[in-house]
Design a protein around this ligand. Structure first.
Ligand code: DX5
Ligand code: ZN
Length: 225
């Protein structure tokens, strides 16, 4: 059984409660903080940026899981405060120089993940074996929190896990982003995922406190055993 990792997405929280939410995430020892960066080009929305990440470092000691939804990330990686132990995901669809981007991320001491939009076949990962620490599977169209998981997401996860195995990377992390919920997380684990972005369907679920939601999410994931 692979270790299950959780990364709350700060986009789904509210700025007014951010300091206490961060304290809870530290106390509960969540694995990473997911930071969505959007440039209004690669995705039709704008979100979080270099200044937000810099300030976050002063507020919380947890490692970051930086999800770059920007065009040509390879040209701008040095603008971000990327630190050893972070995860940085770059979209396969966002640059012809995905290998350069992955190499650069590793050179900064971070873990290099390739992200796949729902329409990108798992086989697109095949040439990336020497450069990858993990993959991020989008289970909604990237750009907005609070969407419904797409049909076919579980099959996509299973395909990506099979391709990672074929590439000789059985220990690679497979992260799922988009409407991961208390209800679907066990199925996503059975499909082959082991890291989850916690948003409106789980860690920021409106029905509970962040602390209770973390317990519920861990219990729901445990039901996959
Ligand atoms: C969407 C972002 C996600 C999003 C997830 O493009 O990448 O991280 O915030 O939020 P939920 O889980 O609410 O869909
Ligand atoms: Zn994300």
């Amino acid at each position: 059984m692979r270790k299950i990792l959780w990364a709350p997405t700060l986009l789904s929280g509210h700025l007014s409660t951010l300091p206490q939410d961060l304290k809870t995430f530290e106390e509960k020892a969540v694995d990473y903080l997911h930071v969505d960066v959007m440039d209004g080009h690669f995705v039709p929305n704008y979100a979080l940026g270099t200044g937000f990440i810099r300030d976050l470092r002063d507020m919380c000691s947890l490692p970051l899981d930086i999800h770059l939804m920007i065009e040509k990330p390879d040209l701008n990686l040095d603008r971000f405060d990327i630190r050893p132990g972070d995860i940085v995901s770059v979209h396969i669809e966002s640059t012809p120089h995905i290998v350069r981007a992955l190499e650069h991320i590793r050179a900064l001491g971070a873990k290099a993940f390739a992200a796949l939009c729902p329409g990108t076949p798992a086989e697109a990962l095949l040439p990336l074996a020497p450069f990858l620490d993990g993959a991020l599977c989008m289970s909604v169209n990237p750009g907005f929190p609070g969407q419904k998981i797409l049909p076919g997401a579980e099959e996509h996860i299973a395909d990506i896990r099979a391709v990672l195995d074929r590439m000789g990377l059985p220990d690679a992390v497979l992260e799922v982003d988009g409407n991961v919920s208390f209800d679907n997380v066990a199925r996503l684990i059975r499909a082959g995922a082991n890291m989850f972005v916690g948003g409106s369907g789980s860690l920021f679920h409106a029905g509970g406190s962040v602390a209770d939601n973390i317990d519920c999410a861990r219990a729901a994931a445990g039901a996959a055993d």
